[in-house]
Design a protein around this ligand. Structure first.
Ligand code: UGA
Length: 463
């Protein structure tokens, strides 16, 4: 076969992606895999060099293979030179919007810099170009960017096109999203151009029947933060139920299963434990509250404060459980922590519940050892004072309590009998409720889950 129909597309779009972190690098490679010509722009030379040589600067299953394939195919390239993006027809903004230091609001400095780069470099002399915002931004940002572009005299059309990918599933989520949202400008002619260009980009995905929703700028921005707020609320809801289970001798995993059979509720995102972390959910709900305050509707989101508080309490709860197993003192005890990343299949340590629990225990004087299959190196450079080891065996050797805080498959599969032979005292805190309490108890362990039977409350309830 001389022509590969997948590789030769008639309507290949010239795309630039500004910001090649987690979201941008994966988006760039996925767009290239759909047959488009893509250039990724970033200010970080080391990151660009790494991506151009096919080495992902972060851990993401499946991304290394995709990157290699697309670089070899010649449709994907990364650069630090903003002049190279001049001729692209669509520019995706995929820079970070972290929480501002000491405040709830989002830091929009990277978005502002990206817009400035676009205004200075994009050539619209032969026709309009489209800016598609992917970053999670406070509602109102897209309209503001459109105004800035208009003031600059460039013919740039802003569309907000939020991203819903999960770390650990970034490639799959990008090429098989459950919906695609376009927040279009109010001007109908511009909206039509924006829609057409995005339709061309996503033609292959839309052809498979993925729902595409057309709306305005503020709705698209709100869809993203509303989705993350809902997910965070679901997790905090089940963690609140876990507290009730602890107080009464109930079992939250059974409770979640039972309520989850009602498909209005559903079973997903009802796993109780040390709670949510990462670079999205925590900062997004805070930025949403801050934005509601600016808009004079803060009361509408007061409940998110409670969602945040419940979530953070789970971390303290895990520390307290470990402390109780050690008779109330960490000093003089060896504590093994399994997992540092905010969730499995990721090396992301941002706002990680596992890491915060480990740091609290360490600061209370424990001889703490921590391990993680993917985040160990990142952890060593981020927190050189922590004792980071490479294997579970090294971590648990002589431990008085083991805490499982990130549910990597290899930790779920641990054999309690084998582990029993390595520790000094067989105490286990299952911070993600993924172990079988009976199996661990049968192997001689004192098991504590988060809102699960086999804890002290269960014993009280039986009295
Ligand atoms: C989240 C959203 O799920 C994505 O849809 C969104 O695109 C992304 O944020 C973003 O805004 O970019 P992500 O941060 O990768 O994705 O992680 P999740 O899979 O949502 O997990 C978040 C946290 O919640 C993790 O710490 C996880 O351990 C915790 N979690 C999740 C629970 O504690 N219980 C659950 O039942 C589910």
């Amino acid at each position: 076969q001389l022509i590969d129909p997948v590789k030769v597309r008639l309507s290949s779009v010239r795309i630039s992606v500004i910001g090649c972190g987690y979201l941008g690098a994966v988006h760039a490679a996925c767009m290239a895999s759909l047959g488009h010509q893509v250039i990724g722009l970033d200010v970080d030379e080391a990151k660009v060099a790494s991506l151009n040589s096919g080495v992902p600067p972060f851990y993401e299953p499946g991304f290394a293979e995709l990157l290699d394939e697309q670089l070899a195919g010649g449709r994907l390239e990364f650069t630090t030179d903003p002049g190279r993006i001049a001729q692209a027809q669509i520019h995706f903004i995929a820079v970070g919007t972290p929480q501002l230091a000491g405040r709830y609001a989002a830091d929009l400095s990277y978005v502002r810099a990206a817009v400035q780069t676009l205004i200075e470099n994009v050539d619209t002399s032969k026709g309009p170009a489209v800016i598609a915002g992917k970053s999670t931004v406070p509602v109102g940002t897209a309209r503001h960017i459109q105004d800035l572009c208009d003031e600059s005299g460039n013919d740039l059309i802003v569309v907000w096109n939020p991203e819903f990918l999960r770390e650990g599933f970034a490639v799959t989520d990008t090429v098989h999203p459950d919906r695609i949202v376009y927040g279009l400008p109010d001007d109908p002619d511009r909206a039509e151009v924006g829609r057409k260009v995005l339709d061309e980009c996503y033609a292959e995905l839309l052809a498979t029947g993925i729902p595409r929703l057309l709306t305005n700028h503020p709705t698209a921005e709100l869809v993203k933060v509303a989705a993350n707020s809902f997910l965070a609320t679901k997790i905090s809801f089940i963690n609140a139920m876990a507290q009730l289970c602890d107080a009464t001798g109930g079992d939250v995993t059974q409770l979640a299963e039972a309520i989850g059979y009602d498909d209005r509720i559903g079973k997903k995102f009802l796993r109780a434990g040390v709670g949510f972390g990462g670079g999205c959910l925590p900062k997004d709900i805070r930025a949403f509250m801050a934005r509601a305050g600016e808009l004079g509707v803060d009361e509408a989101l007061t409940f998110l404060r409670e969602v945040d508080a419940i979530n953070l309490r789970q971390r303290d709860k895990a520390v307290e459980m470990a402390s109780n197993l050690l008779g109330g003192r960490f000093v003089g005890h060896k504590v093994a922590v399994l997992g540092a990343a905010f969730k499995p299949n990721s090396d992301d340590l941002r706002d990680s519940p596992a890491l915060e629990v480990a740091q609290q225990i360490w600061s209370r004087g424990a001889d703490l050892v921590i391990t993680d299959p993917a985040a160990a190196d990142a952890l060593r450079s981020k927190l050189p004072n922590l004792n980071v080891v490479d294997t579970v065996a090294e971590a648990v050797a002589g431990a008085d309590v083991v805490l499982l805080l990130t549910e990597w498959q290899e930790y779920r599969d641990l054999d309690p009998r084998e582990l029993r032979a390595l520790v000094r005292t067989p105490n286990i805190v299952d911070g993600r409720n993924v172990l079988d309490p009976q199996r661990w108890a049968d192997a001689g362990w004192t098991y504590r889950g988060m809102g699960r039977l086999a804890g002290p409350a269960a014993a009280r309830a039986q009295v």
